[in-house]
Structures are given as C-alpha cells and as structure tokens.
Design a protein around this ligand. Structure first.
Ligand SMILES: [Zn+2]
Length: 290
C-alpha cells in the first residue's frame, strides 16, 4: 500500500473518531414530514352478530393489548380464515366489534387462500373476496369482506395542516432504509380520534425491509426527496444506476461523489468504515464484482 493510501485511511479513521466523540448520543432531529410506520399483520374485524356466531351467544371480545390508534385493541380471540385453496390459522381479531365484518390480508395470504381480494380502503367491502371464518363454536361463510388494505396514514387535523394535506388525499411516502422504497397512492385519513401513523401490510413492509418502528416521509408532488431529508434519502436521479469503481481505495468522498445507487468495486478494493457509513446514510449499496 502506498503512503498516500495509508494517509487517506488514517485521515478517515481519525475523522470518524472525532465525529463519534463530538456528536455523542444525539437524537437525530426528525423533519416535520416524518411519518411513523406500523406494519399491520393480517387481521379480522367482526360485527357483534358474527362474534356471537363464532364464539357463542352473548360472547364479547376480550382485550389482549391496546393498539396504537385510540380505543382499538388486539383481542385474545383468533379465528381461522379459510378459502378454496388453503387456510390460515390464528388470525388475530381486532376490537371493538364493528358494524361490518372484514378480513384484511396480504396479497401473499390471498394467494394461499385461493381468494381474489381487491385492494381497498378499510370499510369499503362491497364485492370484495368471499371467505370462511372458523371460530370456537361455529364457522361462517361470508360472500364478501376479504380485502387487501390500501396503505394509509392516520392523522389528526393539526398533522394534516402541518403536512399541507387533506382527508382523502393520496401522497407518496418514501422510506430510506437499507432497501429504499416509495409507497404511492397512500391515502390520508384525518380524524381527531387518530394518532399520526402510516399503516402498511406485511407484503409492503417486506418489499422495503421495513420493521416496526421505521419511519417514512411524505413527498409532495414535484419535490425531490433529497431536499426533504438531508443524508437519509436517495434522490430519484441516482436510483437504479450502477457505477464501476476501479481504484484501490473507496473513500467517504468517493461514495459522496458517485452519482449511482449501486457502487461495484473490484475484488481487493479497500472500503473505509466511513465510506460504508456514508453509503448507508445515502442509501447506496457497495458490492464486490464477481
Ligand atoms: Zn389503519
């Protein structure tokens, strides 16, 4: 390794150490358009009539745990959802009982069940998938009610004002994790009863390697995401481009300068720790040429 390379590496290591020491345990300041993301696993909402058919006359759902939205809870009760091709056991019932029975599943689930389910907003079940529910006392065949839930954001009127959106609007939400992703046609739902939170299903979460506790941010039409969250997003101009890096050392500066989301280095190329950090912050990947 030549002297210049060594100096460059030492410089970056020192820079890293200084950075660590000078900015300890500081919580990142989240921009105003940050949206907490919650992943909704498959679940069922039941009418009181159907609760009593499935679990017995006079039966009422019992609370297992509170959900993030006020007054909503996960019940101790579970059901089996069955379709012509298969069934899924232990599907959580959410309470309290509603006026309409509805099952929200992922596309993957719907395929396993063999049921054609439309992408719908919760509550809009006319003409949706037919399915069978099995409880502890009986089973129930329903002509409609199985849907794939449309991604949406619950928020209070003040959140809507802050974000410049209205109830019923559709927005794009980007999440810049290790596999950056944009969710389009995300419906805004405004109510005093809500708490700011985006709900996506497990297929959507898996596509972006999203886990509970992740955040996204609303991108308004015409806005470039990079301006919205400095250093934690991938501008559209660099998405899906590859760059072949041929030098012996990939530094922090190189990662910043390369305008591609995928940096391919030669075997044996030295990648500094800071370069890796920067790549992660910028949503760029570094891989070795095979
Ligand atoms: Zn929701």
């Amino acid at each position: 390794m030549n002297q210049q390379l060594i100096e460059k590496i030492v410089g970056e290591v020192l820079g890293q150490l200084t950075k660590v020491n000078s900015e300890p345990k500081q919580q990142p300041v989240l921009p105003a358009n940050t949206i907490p993301i919650a992943v909704s696993a498959r679940h069922v909402h039941l009418s009181q009539e159907h609760v009593e058919i499935l679990f017995g006359k006079g039966y009422e759902l019992t609370k297992k745990s509170d959900l993030s939205q006020p007054n909503q809870f996960a019940a101790n009760e579970t059901v089996v959802i069955a379709g012509p091709r298969g069934s899924i056991e232990r599907v959580r019932v959410l309470g309290p009982a509603r006026s309409l029975t509805q099952a929200e599943v992922s596309w993957t689930d719907a395929m396993k069940l063999g049921i054609k389910a439309p992408l719908r907003e919760s509550g809009n079940i006319a003409g949706s998938g037919a399915f069978t529910l099995i409880g502890t006392k009986a089973s129930l065949y329903l002509e409609e009610g199985l849907i794939i839930a449309q991604a949406h954001i619950h928020m209070q009127p003040q959140d809507a004002t802050n974000l410049g959106v209205q109830d019923g609007d559709y927005v794009t939400v980007e999440a810049a994790g290790i596999r950056p992703i944009a969710y389009r046609n995300v419906k805004i739902r405004v109510s005093e009863r809500y708490r700011l939170e985006m709900h996506i299903d497990t297929d959507e979460a898996n596509a972006g390697l999203i886990t509970q506790g992740a955040t996204g941010y609303v991108v308004r039409p015409g806005e470039v995401s990079q301006k919205v969250v400095e250093g934690h997003s991938t501008p559209e101009s660099i998405v899906n481009k590859q760059y072949s890096f041929t030098k012996k050392l990939l530094s922090n500066d190189d990662v910043r300068d390369i305008e591609a989301s995928e940096i391919i280095v030669e075997k044996g190329t030295i990648i500094t720790a800071l370069a890796r950090d920067t790549a992660r912050d910028l949503g760029k990947s570094i891989s070795v040429r095979k």
